[in-house]
Design a protein around this ligand. Sequence first.
Ligand SMILES: Cc1cc2nc3c(=O)[nH]c(=O)nc-3n(C[C@H](O)[C@H](O)[C@H](O)COP(=O)(O)OP(=O)(O)OC[C@H]3O[C@@H](n4cnc5c(N)ncnc54)[C@H](O)[C@@H]3O)c2cc1C
Length: 262
Amino acid sequence: MDIIVCVKRVPDVAEAEVDIDSSGRGIQLGTLGYVINEWDNFAVEAAVSLVEEHGGKVTAITVGGEDDEDVLRRALAMGADEALCLTDPAFDGSDSFGIANILSKAIADIPYDLVLTGAVSGDVGGGRVGPMLAAMAGIPHVCLATELSVDAGTARVRHEVEGGLERVVELDLPALVTVQTGMNEPRYVSVLGIRKARRKPLTAAGAAEIGIAPDSVGPAGTRVTVEEMFLPPKGEAAEILQGDDEDTVAALVERLRQQGGV
Ligand SMILES: Cc1cc2nc3c(=O)[nH]c(=O)nc-3n(C[C@H](O)[C@H](O)[C@H](O)COP(=O)(O)OP(=O)(O)OC[C@H]3O[C@@H](n4cnc5c(N)ncnc54)[C@H](O)[C@@H]3O)c2cc1C
């Protein structure tokens, strides 16, 4: 059972104050730390666990630069066998279609039964790369998986659908599954583990190696152009309660009483 898992390094925006940069089309990255995309952490755990159960190989792939190799080393430390960094100046500034296009060309040369991606990324959050990659690779896919098992050429996937419902579906392999957070408990990765993982193979490939025309990716191949990024105006109904914990809790209880909540 050979599994490809796509991982992305993202700015850690979860707890940070985010400001718009001077171009008005992105965020100021300045002091932000970088982490593996949260969803991808669950995808790597799923891939490694399936290979522990069935045998085979996990290959972690990212599209990015040298700094993005951090997330590949992390995936190797979690148990991935090999890593591939798709890196080329021509790839910079690609939109989701471009990223999926690059990934699809790269995986065409790698034998696989299953491709795992995160359901969404913590920075841009388009949720588009996985489904587009599946379409380009000509394989079935299912999104927002919360459980995943594999048996005799079939993947059985429990996944979220609209309205708070979940479904169980079966897909013929090879297939692509986008992973929701909470699917498993990603294993702990120590600094020592990351150092040891340096012995595992991490290779790089550019546009020429994967056979993609440089003008079909990057800004030249972009189909969605970011026009403007902004912090939405605060809603008029929003109220921030002031004071210490005791005051704010009392005020909150009062508001809930007034509105029939308690
Ligand atoms: C300099 C710059 C310019 C950009 N310009 C544009 C633009 O003009 N138009 C536009 O639409 N977007 C633009 N982007 C955003 C960029 O294209 C997206 O971050 C990227 O396409 C991934 O989309 P997403 O984050 O929505 O992925 P999602 O679809 O939300 O991510 C889901 C999953 O896809 C996989 N994945 C996503 N990205 C990667 C990756 N790099 N490597 C491996 N796997 C990955 C991961 O498994 C991830 O969990 C720009 C980004 C940069 C840094």
